[in-house]
Design a protein around this ligand. Sequence first.
Ligand SMILES: Nc1ncnc2c1ncn2[C@@H]1O[C@H](COP(=O)(O)OP(=O)(O)OP(=O)(O)O)[C@@H](O)[C@H]1O
Ligand SMILES: [Mg+2]
Length: 374
Amino acid sequence: MATVTYDQATRIYPGADKPSVDRLNLDIADGEFLVLVGPSGSGKSTALRMLAGLEETNEGRILIGDRDVTKASPKDRDIAMVFQNYALYPHMTVRENIGFALKIAGMDKAEINRRVEEAAKTLDLTQYLDRKPKALSGGQRQRVAMGRAIVREPQVFLMDEPLSNLDAKLRVQTRTQIANLQRRMGVTTIYVTHDQTEALTMGDRIAVLNFGVLQQVGTPRELYEHPNNVFVAGFIGSPAMNLSTFDVDAASRTARAGQAAIPLSDEVLARITPEDNGQVILGFRPEALELVDASAEHTIPVEVDFVEELGSDSFIYGHLAGGGWRSEGREEGDAGEIVLRTPPLSGAREGDVIHARIKDGGLHAFSKATGTRI
Ligand SMILES: Nc1ncnc2c1ncn2[C@@H]1O[C@H](COP(=O)(O)OP(=O)(O)OP(=O)(O)O)[C@@H](O)[C@H]1O
Ligand SMILES: [Mg+2]
């Protein structure tokens, strides 16, 4: 087992004008399960491949334990990687598939059998050892791919979207198994996904990448409750945080967008700079909103587009009544939607205008100029 350190690690692909991983600094503790998330093209796979030695590190260093492995060949790094498109050998049994790398390495047959059988037991594959991959379910095949990594008893596991070709139900099941297995084995693990639910449920800590730049690293709770910038605020959480640009009205100490008025604290007001041009980006999660009477002061009037009743609670999807919402931080396809989570049967119906207020502690404020939390 070992720690992993990225120290200003940078990867610039030949011919590229910008780094795909840009001065990455990240310390991963011994035995930690770190989840690396970010949108497509943000550099997640590149960062993993740099650690595995499959991609050159152009600047900076990578350490495993105390050892600088920046220039070490992949086979000298003691890392096992599970890819999204793991290919099992179709003509080999599960036992042969799991033990193949050990056989190639010239390991003693008895030792191979011992390791394969132990891995199979861990992965609940003992009864399938003599089957061929085509006679296995998707989840079982995925576990065989894990088995190949486990038997190598590496210092570090790297997993690059290992669940992406499983169906939704199997994903949920398998991600629990992987998280449990990792905790039991205690091997330092970096797990890549672009599924933020996976990130929130599996990792000890999450590192968020965007355009090759590390945005924030912290526990799932820290990222959810205290996002450092607009990108992380919009990326972590589903449905996403409601985020819009507001105009600051210093006289009334409120932020305004269309007919919405949100009171600002002294702290937020004091941190707005001339570069922000009288604007601020405000965010509030769906569960941070509560319905209030139309006559209440400082509300967000929302015209309801549709209501989703989930039994335990309901989501109201709408938009700012009268317009004026300026979305921030969301990915494509955002039509200025505002989402509220309320107790079930709120009575709101399509076309209604309801009034929402942000609960205490539910407001996140970000600089318009820099996007960082204020
Ligand atoms: N071999 C390569 N040569 C040149 N550019 C590459 C190469 N591989 C990746 N890139 C570029 O580097 C950036 C990061 O790619 P990477 O594969 O690391 O992203 P990712 O976060 O894993 O995305 P995804 O979620 O789609 O797998 C992208 O802009 C990509 O186009
Ligand atoms: Mg990738």
